[in-house]
Design a protein around this ligand. Structure first.
Ligand SMILES: NC(=O)c1ccc[n+]([C@@H]2O[C@H](COP(=O)([O-])OP(=O)(O)OC[C@H]3O[C@@H](n4cnc5c(N)ncnc54)[C@H](OP(=O)(O)O)[C@@H]3O)[C@@H](O)[C@H]2O)c1
Ligand SMILES: [Zn+2]
Length: 338
């Protein structure tokens, strides 16, 4: 089978097609004929050699978390899915026995990890992590959901937002950003989204953002967002300066949920404002399989239409990563197999 592998961790030039033996599903596993797999900034961190999640000497490496396709074969002991089933993978990998696996939420698992391997014609996965797809949910749409929409969905839960709340979303145009805008809109939550690009913000307004502010200068954003209102919460996947800025802007008792650091790994915060204002900073990673099941239901019901910027055939996976590096996408980039 063919796979789009990282042969060097030096950016998009390191993405190349390789031939791999078709894997055999072991006990508890299912072999999937992959139809679509979306890419995430998580994969780009790996491709840039900036992720501790993989061994950089163990190349080529096949990434791809967000797998949708058809079950081709199952290993011993698998009863939940059968060959021919259309499925999407929840990429959570958990130990199944720690206190968080026992009591929930599972994404706090002490040995939490993520599945990688979906940028290939076939993928061998844990069968218990497969969610059946209703007939009206196609594989490309389903592949948009697992990382970006799952993370945004879980963050909005952690932010305890309510209808009418105002949420600040720095970087509202990418995978997690657009997902946050759309899912907030579904809950009746108002949003202020930012981007460096005016045209991308126009698209994000069409997708449900109530307010948008173009720019990256923190002082400009501070003033423009304050003119709109006082955010009740911040959904922050950018980290960096957007963290101190979001905390400054947030109302007393507000919640900032952080899942990423695209704009930098550190930020200066006003500690006195944090405690005097009873503000909360909450770290969050991915979500639960139940969250993903709910997202599939929302799509099947016609309530959510994940924003897919473009699809790329497997042999153009490098171009998909180039688009992400160039910040040339609104929403998700999805690789599809023939
Ligand atoms: N912890 C978790 O479970 C988890 C899950 C998902 C994602 N994440 C993290 O969340 C972040 C977003 O992931 P994603 O897949 O949604 O990425 P993405 O699609 O590449 O995000 C693109 C967005 O980020 C903005 N952006 C890109 N580089 C920037 C920079 N240097 N400064 C400011 N803004 C910048 C873009 O703004 P413009 O519109 O201005 O181009 C755009 O809004 C990543 O850091 C990722 O690792 C974490
Ligand atoms: Zn566990």
């Amino acid at each position: 089978m063919r796979a789009a592998a990282f042969t060097d961790l030096t950016g998009p030039d390191g993405v190349n097609l390789v031939e791999r033996p078709t894997p055999e599903p072991g006990p508890g596993e299912a072999l999937i004929d992959v139809e679509a797999c979306s890419i995430n900034h998580h994969d780009l961190w790996i491709l840039n050699g900036a992720s501790a999640m993989i061994d950089p000497t163990d190349l080529p490496f096949v990434t791809g978390l967000d797998v949708a396709g058809v079950v081709r074969d199952v290993g011993d002991g698998v009863t939940g899915v059968a060959p021919g089933d259309r499925v999407v993978l929840c990429p959570n990998e958990t130990c199944g026995s720690c206190r968080f696996c026992r009591e929930g939420p599972e994404n706090l698992c002490e040995s939490y990890s993520l599945y990688h391997g979906g940028l290939a014609e076939q993928a061998c996965v844990e069968a218990d992590r497969l969610i059946p797809l209703p007939e009206n949910v196609d594989a490309t749409t389903a592949a948009a959901l697992p990382t970006a929409y799952l993370t945004a969905y879980h963050m909005l839960r952690r932010a305890e937002v309510e209808p009418g709340d105002l949420v600040f979303v720095p970087g509202a145009t990418g995978g997690v950003g657009v997902a946050t805008i759309q899912l907030a809109d579904l809950r009746g939550v108002r949003t202020v989204g930012t981007s460096s690009s005016a045209s991308k913000l126009d698209a994000v307004s069409d997708l449900g953002a109530d307010h948008t502010v173009q720019g990256t200068d923190p002082d400009h954003l501070r003033e423009a967002v304050s003119d709109i209102g006082t955010p009740d919460a911040v959904i922050n996947h950018l980290g960096g300066v957007y963290t101190g800025l979001g905390l400054d802007l947030m109302r007393r008792g507000g919640r900032m949920v952080i899942c990423g650091r695209t704009a930098g790994p550190t930020s200066e915060i006003d500690i006195a404002d944090l405690f005097r204002g009873h503000k909360r900073v909450i770290g969050s990673t991915m979500g639960t399989q139940t969250d993903l099941e709910r997202l599939v239901e929302l799509v099947a019901a016609g309530d959510l239409d994940p924003q897919i910027d473009r699809t790329f055939p497997l042999d153009e996976t490098r171009a998909a990563f180039e688009a992400m590096v160039d910040r040339d996408a609104i929403g998700k980039l999805v690789v599809t197999m023939d």
